[in-house]
Write a protein that binds this ligand. Structure first.
Ligand code: SF4
Ligand code: SF4
Length: 57
């Protein structure tokens, strides 16, 4: 299951999700969090996000 940014309005830009072992998630100031197809579904970014933005789907 890949990570999906489901609640981008809640993203505060803290960049705590920048823990990805394969560099599949990135924060960009405008559209905020972008998750690429490289995601291997480890769940680390979901666990690191304090705002509940990321889900595994
Ligand atoms: S679930 Fe794991 S592999 Fe996928 S974007 Fe998050 S940290 Fe990276
Ligand atoms: S950890 Fe959550 S709140 Fe912080 S930048 Fe990433 S998605 Fe946004």
């Amino acid at each position: 299951m890949p990570a999906v940014a489901t609640n981008l309005d809640a993203c505060c830009g803290c960049q705590s999700c920048n823990v990805c072992p394969v560099a599949a998630i990135s924060y960009d100031g405008e559209s905020k969090v972008v998750i690429s197809s490289e995601c291997v579904g480890c769940g680390s970014c979901m666990g690191a996000c304090p705002c509940g933005v990321i889900e595994m789907q």
